[in-house]
Design a protein around this ligand. Structure first.
Ligand code: GLC
Length: 425
């Protein structure tokens, strides 16, 4: 009898232990070791570059999937990908000119084609027509220009048999091959190209962090590049969120990525460019909510950034030169002006980014601190201030907005800028 009871107790303990062990295996992956993100949150504005073999036909980076191009046919694109005009120094210079502080390049997109040398794949630029390691050249250009550098890496590889269509589970053997390849390539990327500032995952399909061994992937990345910041698209929240083509503020560091037109990869037919004032609105909207803005360019198969995109970058740069202090290091302002547009705060200054210019007098309300000065950044002109209770009028300003895209007024308060207290307090 006693023995029976002892065996029972033993079995119960065993089951309990086993279930604890199982539970700890399925604990959601939480990563609390964030590297210093200060530079990135100050930077606010970066360049995204989608470039690969899909840039040759110029029908977007989803071409293989959307046109259901068989692998055998698709890989021929690598024979045509031999960009004579690839000059990453020029890309970096364009990013700088636009006021961007970091550049993120698609080192490999969902089609599996690597712009870098890889021991675990032959579908790479160095092993096909180009015979060049574009990531190396890109990294050298960033490092020598002092530009912060990010690597986009797609986990999924469509050119591996049995992976398409997306959204379905893959065979366990295939999952293992995909995960092994991703781990090996992330290791290559984080080992062979010097300092990497950002790792930008994408394409976690199937959506299976355990299958991808995302936890181990993260641990490896942290070890190889301890200061690098990592996005949230490998099944782990990591360091920052990545709303796509939408400005959706999060309570953690976040970055909205946007196409300039409607396609990430080069699409010669897509001329639906957002106007400069709209792109600046998006940038300011991110900054006013403490977020970053990652704006995409899509070089063609030769490596040239299309003229329309270069022109947009240069116009944004002109605006940033004058108004950048309203963006870099910005966060939400306690004093807002919803009648006019957006507001940011940097240090103790408030910047009004005015989309609806009201004329020579600009009215503000709900202001709880004394306003010392109001300066129009476009011209350097100071407004005449009239302040009555919590209402303020900025007088003697131009009738029409002096900046064709987004006019900024810098407000300096006596002490901290504060909104007025509600009357019932
Ligand atoms: C998406 C798309 C992709 C693009 C990316 C940018 O996941 O699949 O083509 O690279 O988002 O955020």
């Amino acid at each position: 009898m006693k023995i029976k009871i002892l065996v029972k107790v033993f079995l119960v303990c065993l089951i309990a232990l086993n279930s604890v062990a199982q539970k700890s295996n399925i604990t959601p992956v939480v990563d609390q070791t964030h590297p210093d993100m200060h530079w990135w949150q100050e930077a606010k504005f970066g360049m995204f570059i989608h470039w690969g073999v899909y840039s040759v036909p110029g029908r977007g980076e989803w071409l293989m999937y959307q046109e259901h191009v068989p692998i055998k046919e698709y890989i021929n694109l690598a024979n045509l990908f031999n960009p004579k005009d690839f000059n990453p120094k020029e890309w970096v210079a364009k990013a700088k000119e636009a006021g961007m502080k970091y550049v993120v390049l698609t080192t490999r997109h969902h089609d599996g084609f690597c712009l870098f040398d890889s021991k675990v794949s032959d579908f790479t630029a160095p092993k096909t027509a180009a015979k060049r390691d574009f990531v190396k050249e890109f990294a050298d250009a960033c490092h020598s220009a002092g530009m912060r550098m990010g690597f986009y890496y797609s986990l999924v590889d469509w050119h591996y048999p049995g992976v398409l269509p997306q959204g379905y589970p893959v065979a366990p053997a295939t999952m293992k091959i995909l995960a092994d390849q991703a781990h090996a390539q992330v290791r290559e990327l984080l080992t062979n190209y010097g300092t990497v500032d950002i790792l930008w995952y994408d394409g976690m399909s199937p959506n299976d962090p355990e299958g991808w061994h995302s936890k181990e992937l993260l641990a490896m990345a942290r070890k190889l590049q301890p200061n690098m910041i990592i996005n949230d698209r490998s099944g782990i929240p990591a360091d920052f969120g990545t709303p796509e083509n939408s400005v959706t503020a999060q309570s953690r560091p976040w970055e909205s990525c946007f196409c300039m037109n409607r396609t990430w990869g080069y699409a010669k037919y897509d001329r639906n460019y957002k106007p400069v004032h709209e792109l600046l609105r998006l940038l300011a909207s991110c900054a006013s909510q403490k977020g970053n803005f990652l704006l995409n360019v899509s070089p063609d198969g030769d490596g040239t950034i299309p003229v329309e995109q270069a022109e947009i970058l240069s116009n944004i740069g002109k605006w940033m030169k004058v108004n950048g202090k309203a963006i870099y290091g910005a966060g939400p302002s306690p004093v807002i002006a919803a009648n006019l547009g957006m507001a940011t705060m940097v240090g103790d200054k408030v910047y009004l980014l005015i989309q609806r210019w009201p004329g020579s007098t600009v009215p503000l309300a709900w202001i709880g601190s004394k306003l010392k000065s109001a300066c129009l950044l476009a011209t350097g002109q100071y407004a005449r201030i009239e302040q009555l209770g919590d209402r303020v009028w900025l007088h003697d300003l131009p009738q029409y907005p002096p900046d064709p895209w987004l006019t900024v007024i810098e407000l300096t308060f006596e002490g901290e800028p504060k909104p007025s207290e509600p009357a019932y307090n």
